[in-house]
Design a protein. Structure first.
Length: 120
């Protein structure tokens, strides 16, 4: 559900969007070629952090263009990665992704749902 809504928000915001429901599907999309990568901490039975670890092993700078979505403060999150806490507004998501890719944020309010990555 979140994947479909996020894709719609980003598509409406001018992004070309590709989605996957698991790690294998995400890797098949070749995400290291993307301007921004959004990873949910929960991918069904898998953890989105496992996907991030695999991407970082291939490109140590991938964290600069990753956004982790989480609904639980206790979910493990990689260091130095932008985090968007659920629930979030459509503008928060669009602003966070635009920021990762160096695009100008929307003018529809603060980015209060975006939190910087945490250590540990």
């Amino acid at each position: 559900m979140i994947r479909v809504l996020a894709a719609r928000v980003l598509s409406d915001g001018g992004w070309s969007v590709a989605t996957a429901g698991d790690i294998a599907g995400a890797l098949a999309l070749r995400p290291l070629e993307f301007d921004a990568v959004i990873i949910d901490t929960r991918l069904g039975p898998e953890r989105g952090t496992e996907l991030f670890d695999q991407l970082r092993a291939q490109d140590p700078l991938v964290s600069r263009r990753c956004l982790v979505l989480t609904g639980a403060v206790a979910d493990p999150r990689p260091d130095d990665v932008a985090v968007l806490l659920k629930p979030f507004r459509a503008d928060d998501l669009l602003d966070a992704v635009n920021g990762l890719a160096g695009r100008r944020p929307t003018e529809n309010g603060p980015r209060d749902g975006v939190r910087p990555g945490r250590a540990g």
